[in-house]
Design a protein around this ligand. Structure first.
Ligand code: SF4
Ligand code: SF4
Length: 151
């Protein structure tokens, strides 16, 4: 589709999710002033034109967590941290990317555990240290399995 004929992209910022990403990502994303220095320094962007750290920081600042973890470019990053070093405002795009990857993997694993009703082992659960995972409207819930001594 030609850029001129593309429909406008409407984005509804999610302040609550923005605070959540900010707290979880520890990347100081809200300090970004969109200077593009990180884009200019990123070796993947220079070589392929496919990874703009600034774009990832913008998604975080709009609170678009679902869209952020679905971005293919979070998996292109080499974790070289050049973007972190070059940022004049001490924003850490590489740290944010690692957070997005971890969140994407966590959701995939929890989705699988919930869909296949698999048991999760954790020493923080009461004996026998097993739990089911249930999907809720806002995320996931771990439900410990009750001990049944009947043989
Ligand atoms: S850490 Fe990733 S996003 Fe940052 S400069 Fe390196 S490859 Fe690019
Ligand atoms: S270098 Fe820092 S301030 Fe500039 S666009 Fe990247 S994250 Fe934002």
């Amino acid at each position: 589709m030609n850029v001129k004929t593309m429909p406008p992209l409407f984005v509804v910022p999610q302040p609550k999710l923005r605070r959540l990403i900010d707290a979880g990502g520890l990347a100081d994303s809200t300090m970004c002033w969109t200077c593009s220095s990180c884009d200019s320094e990123c070796p993947v962007e220079i070589a392929t034109n496919r990874l703009r750290p600034q774009r990832i920081v913008r998604f975080a600042n709009l609170g678009l967590i679902d869209e952020l973890i679905a971005l293919p470019e979070i998996w292109y990053c080499l974790t070289c941290r050049r973007c972190n070093r070059v940022c004049p405002n001490l924003v850490k795009p590489e740290t944010l990317i690692r957070y997005a990857r971890a969140e994407a993997v966590r959701r995939k694993v929890y989705d699988m555990l919930a869909a296949e009703k698999m048991l999760l082992h954790g020493i923080h659960y009461p004996f026998p240290a097993l739990a089911h995972v249930e999907k809720t409207a806002t995320g996931y819930r771990e439900v410990p399995v009750a001990w049944n001594p009947t043989i």
